[in-house]
Design a protein around this ligand. Structure first.
Ligand code: NAP
Length: 497
């Protein structure tokens, strides 16, 4: 991976991660004529979160016509919200079709990368001790890849089986088990209805209730899929419809509390109607959020609440105090016997590049640069880390919508950066410190009043100190516009002597 010029398919580009972002970028780069590409993947297969999350009921919670690449529509999604195996299959097919699979090095975990300013190139180390070089380094590790294991006293003393929802233990049969589920987020509302019929007893430990709307899922009839194939415009219209619905949902989250209460009244009404499927009034009350709609991600499920009606299913709202060898003890002193604990406790969303150690100009460590919180220009570029880009980096998550849309904006931007680096005279490009600082300060000011920061809840969007390092404070369209053209004046271009 040494070429820079067009003839060699350069610059050479290393992408870490082969999920939606890494694959999408590799495909776009390849289509743009860049062939000196390597995708490093720590696992033995591609797919990122769609490879890792195999829990029962795992499925997309954004409609698949939008949650897919715009350049590769799939006319025959089996359902509106495709199940995990179908999404993984879609990604594998995309990688195969665009000739990207051969660029992936499986079983290659990147542990560190150091920028060599003289050569204008990254030296990249794998866990196996190999060293690779590349002109450009892209971290496509995502925000939701490493499971968050809660620090609960005694968890390691539990005699039964414990696993995280993103590392599902399929060998562990749940039939007749006494199961404790910790967490009630997007993953839990999908797997709880699937495992409840098997378990002898199931307790869901809820810290805060969630806003849950009805999931308008349905199987697509074959006739519709045939029509999609014959008239691709139909599928494009479906995609546009979903996009506009999400944009209409998202924008109220950004405005004043009064304005957003008025504009999101319809979604609140939908969630309240969904909650009516819980028969017990006292339970309904415990499931009613006290914070604003949208503060945490709004969940969708048509069977989660119904499952909570089952006589052997409990919702425990007293905080988890500790785990003993045979159960969970809550703050009210009650012991809840269990032989299986499933952690639906989410992901280490702010460890954007962990466990990779990234060292930029003058030995600057990315963890040090991010001591006060992760920040990146447009979520992609960090001053002092030349020729380095992040995908699904800081502040590029959407509270409502499809992250794939955001990723495609980033893909187009990074392809432009790669083009700029094709010039053999350019040693490296580095975003200007002032540009990043101004961008970040404006972004944080905009986030201050949003429902995510001020809606009265805790969520994975917020770091300690309540800094929001996750969300983009605008619409998907605004991000697309903002990233459409790479402004060369935002960067310091250092040329070869
Ligand atoms: P999550 O939304 O972060 O939910 C984690 C849950 O665990 C929350 O209920 C949280 O409680 C609870 N929790 C965390 N630590 C705890 C502790 N120490 N004690 C008790 N409870 C604890 O995680 P997730 O459900 O895995 O979803 C994460 C994100 O992944 C979603 O927001 C979504 O963006 C994505 N996702 C997408 C899909 C999809 O498209 N199909 C599916 C699943 C996930 P609190 O609410 O009180 O913090």
């Amino acid at each position: 991976m040494t070429g820079r010029g067009e003839d060699e398919g350069g610059p050479s580009i290393a992408i870490v991660g082969s999920g939606f972002s890494g694959l999408g970028l590799a495909i776009a780069l390849k289509r743009a004529g860049f062939t000196a590409l390597t995708v490093f993947e720590r696992a033995g297969d591609l797919g990122g979160v769609w490879r890792e999350n195999t829990y029962p009921g795992a499925a997309c919670d954004a409609p698949s016509h939008l949650y897919s690449y715009s350049f590769e529509p799939k006319p025959d999604w089996s359902r509106r919200f495709a199940p995990q195996p179908e999404i993984l299959d879609y990604l594998r097919r995309c990688a195969g079709k665009y000739g990207v699979t051969e660029h992936i090095r499986f079983g290659a975990e990147i542990t560190g990368a150091v920028f060599d300013a003289e050569a204008g190139r990254w030296n990249i180390r794998t866990a196996g001790g190999e060293v690779h070089t590349a002109d450009v380094l892209v971290s496509a590790c995502g925000q939701l890849s490493d499971p968050s294991i809660p620090d609960i006293a005694g968890l390691d003393t539990f005699d039964g089986t414990v696993f995280h929802s993103a590392r599902w233990d399929h060998a562990h049969d749940l039939a007749g088990r006494n199961v404790a589920v910790i967490g009630n987020g997007a993953s839990a509302v999908q797997f709880v209805p699937r495992i409840a019929p098997k378990a002898a007893k199931l307790s869901v430990f809820q810290r805060e209730p969630q806003w849950v709307g009805w999931k308008w899922d349905r199987r697509y009839p074959r006739a519709r899929n045939r029509l999609n194939r014959r008239l691709p415009v139909l599928q494009r219209l479906s995609r546009l419809g979903v996009f506009l619905w999400f944009e209409a949902l998202l924008n109220p989250m950004l405005i004043s509390p009064r304005g957003r209460r008025i504009l999101s009244a319809h979604v609140r009404a939908l969630c309240r109607t969904t909650l009516w499927s819980v028969r017990d009034r006292a339970l309904r009350e415990r499931l009613t959020p006290g914070y604003e709609l949208g503060c945490k991600r709004v969940l969708v499920s048509s069977d989660y609440y119904r499952t909570l009606n089952l006589p052997h299913v409990d919702v425990v709202t007293s905080a988890v105090a500790k785990v003993t060898s045979d159960g969970v003890v809550t703050a009210d002193g009650e012991t809840h016997p269990a032989d299986t604990i499933i952690l639906g406790t989410g992901f280490r969303s702010h460890d954007f590049v962990a466990p990779m150690r990234v060292e930029g100009l003058d030995g600057r460590d990315l963890n040090d640069a991010w001591r006060d919180g992760p920040r990146a220009y447009l979520g992609m570029a960090v001053a002092g880390f030349p020729n380095f880009f992040l995908m699904y980096g800081p502040n590029t998550n959407v509270g409502s919508g499809s992250v794939v849309h955001m990723l495609e904006s980033q893909i187009a931007y990074i392809v432009q950066a790669a083009r700029a680096l094709r010039d053999p005279a350019v040693l490296y490009m580095d975003v200007r410190e002032g540009v990043l600082t101004e961008f970040d300060e404006r972004l944080q000011r905009r986030l201050d009043g949003t429902v995510w920061n001020a809606g009265g809840c805790d969520s994975w969007y917020l770091q300690e100190g309540r800094r929001n390092a996750s969300n983009w404070p605008g619409s998907m369209l605004a991000y697309r516009r903002r990233t459409k053209a790479l402004d060369r004046s935002d960067y310091r271009f250092v040329t070869r002597a």
